[in-house]
Ligand binder design. Sequence first.
Ligand code: LLP
Length: 444
Amino acid sequence: MVNVQSNHRMNQHGVLEIDGVTSTELVKQYGTPLMVYNETAIRQNCREFKQTFDQSGLTYQVAYAGKAFLCMDMVRLVKEEGMSLDVVSGGELYTALQAGFPVERIHFHGNNKSVEELEMGIDAGIGCFVVDNFIELELLHELAAEREQKVNILLRVTPGVEAHTHDYIMTGQEDSKFGFDVGNGQGKLGVQLALQKPYFHLLGVHSHIGSQIFETEGFQYAIEVLARFLQEVREESDVVMSVLNVGGGFGVRYTEEDEPLPIREYVKSITEAVKFSFGQLSYPTPEIWVEPGRSIVAEAGTTLYKIGTQKNLPGIRKYVAIDGGMTDNLRPALYKARYDALLANRANEERTEVVSIAGKACESGDMLIWDIALPPVRMGDTLAVFSTGAYGYSMANNYNRTPRPAVVFVKEGESRLVIRRESYRDLVRNDVLHHGVEAVVKSQ
Ligand code: LLP
């Protein structure tokens, strides 16, 4: 069976189409490897989050987690959809500012923000810093005080819940590099310190319990823990906080084995848990923030590769090489992540051969897909790999001095380039070539 995902269609010539544009046209116009985003699908995901929150009657912000995929046109889309934006570095913040994103809707994350990054955020007047640790708490306040500028903060806390694809565990004291631990009292201390600082406006707390999560219990339990935490703070300090950020992590479908919930189910379970847990404590319902990354862009992204050489090992396997791999998608090499694919230019042909898709990097581990059924492939065919939209391009690299691919958005029959393909010239742009002895730096 040809597994054409809901974001795609196969036309009458057996060619894969993405939101009305054929893969053959895309390859001809932009070359390969090519990262293609179905813009309609991204926007639908954004809207599903917002509409479900609207129905809940709660006040909320949906902040797209830019680490999943960011470029200036993506920032524009997020802005148009009325979302907020979660950034985790000076580079992401710069991208957002360059694209004119409303600063008050930018949230700044990170466990080791540099002085320069903190200054950049304060000076831009961003909406909120998610403070990760005691050192940042002091540093950010010093910088805000120097400028006599009050900043909004959330404290990132680790509630002792860790969620994985199919289950969650209560870890008690969490061994994590992120955030203030709730279990050992650091969370409370962080809140007390933050409350004493005149240039801070402490909005509330943040927690992120994991990624690619398929069930809702982890979120519900985290919300219960955080509600109790905020209630204790209220009892001790007489302070009621207005924001609860429950992070991202909503699962997506990479292969047929993945069965994520629809976005609305994740959102409903969160809003209901918030109403229940805070209601039980008679605590004023806080504003709920979430930070989806993967669930906004993963399934909307498809990578198109050109098929190159093959190596047949009779009785063992057939390797089919493509013109990209771990340089544009590190996830299989890094996490053993699995993907589904089809032959985009002959999607209607019977899949009679089981092959393994190899990348072109000088690394045996550069295998994109093991054992996938495809029609017999030829050099020059196009392979479409699905659900590559999250943590693909954003983790792409120049290993082997491979230029990063181009990225296009397609929408209702039209395509546009949003990130140019890197050129060889780009690759040497920052190289410093010293000619002759006169340029050698003397050691004394
Ligand atoms: N908020 C915080 C604080 C996070 O750390 C993350 C992801 C998100 C939101 C967004 O999570 P999402 O909705 O995308 O699951 N490179 C890995 C994923 C790393 C996720 C890091 N944090 C991968 O390719 O699977």
